[in-house]
Ligand binder design. Sequence first.
Ligand code: PGA
Length: 240
Amino acid sequence: MDFRIFDTAEEIARVCADYYSALLQKKPDAVLGFATGASPIPTYRELIRRNHSGALSFRNVTTFNLDEYCELPREDKNSYYTFMHENLFSQIDIREENVHLLNGNAADLNAEAAAYEQAIGTAGGIDLQLLGIGTNGHIGFNEPADHFTNKTFVVELAKSTVTSNKIYFENGAMPTHAITMGIGTIFAARQIILIATGSKKAKAIGMTVNGDITPRCPASVLQFHPNTVLLLDKEAAAEL
Ligand code: PGA
């Protein structure tokens, strides 16, 4: 695991977009794992800019998102389906049929999880997975737990996640569960980029880089990954 420290979120976005440019130049039909949350937004803006300038095309890529809330309509402004379409997919030359998001409203969520794993496998596995990190060290919605969960699964959200995310929901009423790629799903990506900015992430980043590898800090497992880079601002890197 490697980390790089920058002054601004915009610099992180440019450097992160450079990884996409390099990958897509080599492999225009790459499989991309995308993330939601505030952290990747500047990168998505930069990817859109490069797409509009003609420097970068998503015409042949396939995408898989990390996670989705359960029991939140797809059309809800807080669904990750809406987030991805508003912040990226509707603004680039991607083909909708190549976009994959988990359905948190599936009647059989276990079958949904199994089908997602199978679809990732059929696509050839994820070339580049983008991640944020929770203040509790979660990646995707792999919350601190007694064990790592390997494959895509349904999870009860941690209190700290509810505290962080309920600001986006009117009256603070937000889903209690989500469906998420497992640690094994994420770990199988050939390349991983984790973005963290702001002092609220400093403790989680300190544990991720220098702490024990433990499911109590799920991101710590990335210490074992052969091709992971953390893109951090100075505030997020304060405990390194
Ligand atoms: P954030 O969320 O980018 O909105 O801070 C990251 C996460 O919870 O994984």
